[in-house]
Design a protein around this ligand. Sequence first.
Ligand code: ZN
Length: 433
Amino acid sequence: MAILDTRMECCPREELEQLQLERLQSVLNRVYKNVAFYRGLFDARSIVPEDVCAIADFQKLPFTTRADLAANYPYGMFAVPLREVVRIHTVTDTTDTPTVVGYSAHDLRIWAGLVARFLSAADVTRDDVIQISFRYGLFSGAFGLHQGAEQIGASVIPASSEHTDRQIRIMQDYRTSVLVSTPSFALLLADRMEALGIDPKRLVLKRGLFGGEIWSEATRSRIEQRLLIETFDNYGVSELMGPGIAGECRERSGLHICEDHILPEIIDPQTGDALPAGRTGELVLTTLSREAFPLVRYRTGDLASLTYEPCACGRTLARMSRVERRLDDIIIVKGINIVPQQIEKILTDIEGVEPVYRVIVERDGNRDRLTLHAAVSEHVFFDEIKHHAAFAERLRTELSRRLGLRVEVKLMEKRTLDRELETGPRVVDTRTL
Ligand SMILES: [Zn+2]
């Protein structure tokens, strides 16, 4: 079992906490000086960075939320001039106001190093052929994994969002030993292999590193049994850096957080009070080394717990539980985050449909399906069935295009839909993860 950075990953807690405090003070000074948003926030509470002399003081600082990031679109949260930014990603490329995240050259180096840590923890080495089946683009997931894998010296295949048959072909012909994807995509590949009569025993595939969506131990077992591989969970938050925040070691009992670069807290989402280790609450993260896009007490919206108990692997870094669920109503389908407000916005733009809707997410086999029940305006009268079908098709095309995934549409009378919404939730997710 390989520990890439023994000095930091196995650092005595006392020493680690001292490092965290020093880095935290430097972050607070930098954001106060360079980010108008933070200066305003601290000034409004009469806080100066020097007030933070211990980690406990830090808990007096206000939180940063997703809404703050949106309000400072596009570059308001950057702490360095744009000429020092060498990479720009967005959190999701499907919203009308995405969050823009910048990276300096130093940020990219740190990011690759942190991804390399969890790849090493899963025994990925330079002898591996690693197939990255995350979509390359504005989304940061694929790039983060790519850089980390290259740093280790593995042979990287940027398979991206190629069709399943092509992914399987690559896996067979290029002798992929490690698959990187969402867990649901791994199951989709298993289904397709079965349909094509491909025996996973004949593949070179040994391990899978999965992330990008919430999954369970049951899903882990299913993937392992069907693809005959070992699987490892990793956790990322695109607002911070995507993958690289935490990852499982061989013990697979929690994900080690790179605490030398990210300071984690768990809070009560209602009161904002800090919760002790072991209690489940909202995960809040502070970047300790980011130059271009530092975040202080960022509320991730993910529910998890922390443990500081020593791990049998020898690492001293705290472990977070798997994320059990999200606090808000963000729907994650095929690795794409969809905020219900986006759907509302699209519907508002289309004549003949009301911004009244219901979202149904189902899992058909291992394929996720998103169906939208939409209300047709009173004045739109379909005298012919073909007009009805053509309108539904137009809506389907527009939603699919703007959300970046296939959406089914069912048109309904507004009255009927209103009644449904009175008695049930707007988002119905029937997937058992
Ligand atoms: Zn461990």
